[in-house]
Design a protein around this ligand. Structure first.
Ligand SMILES: [Zn+2]
Length: 112
């Protein structure tokens, strides 16, 4: 396991992107955070903001803020995500259009 936290984005494990998709199990997996826990900068000198140790992307940061700021305001603790979260029930779909094949990740049983 990499020396990283799991992304704390509340919806990270529900976004059907190629890198989150595990075809053999038909699941969408939450990502790891962008930066390693003990990493402060890249080899070319870019210094990570501390929040990169907790989120994979800007959209996950904003999701977290939107979802949790009311809890912060009320003093309600927010659970820290310590296990990889998944969403089940996805499959790779192939569509053909004008002789070209397009691949996508689709929820099983849901037709567009
Ligand atoms: Zn994320």
């Amino acid at each position: 396991m990499p020396n990283k936290h799991f992304c704390q984005g509340p919806h990270c494990h529900t976004r059907p992107t190629q890198d989150r998709f595990l075809k053999s199990k038909g699941i969408i997996r939450g990502r790891y955070a962008y930066a390693k826990i003990d990493q402060t900068q890249t080899s070319w000198g870019y210094r990570f903001p501390n929040n990169d140790k907790y989120f994979c992307s800007q959209s996950c940061k904003f999701d977290w803020l939107s979802e949790n700021m009311e809890n912060v305001e009320r003093g309600i603790p927010i659970p820290f995500i310590r296990e990889r979260r998944i969403t089940e029930g996805y499959e790779k779909a192939t569509e053909e259009s004008y002789g070209r094949k397009y691949h996508s990740i689709q929820k099983i049983g849901v037709t567009k």
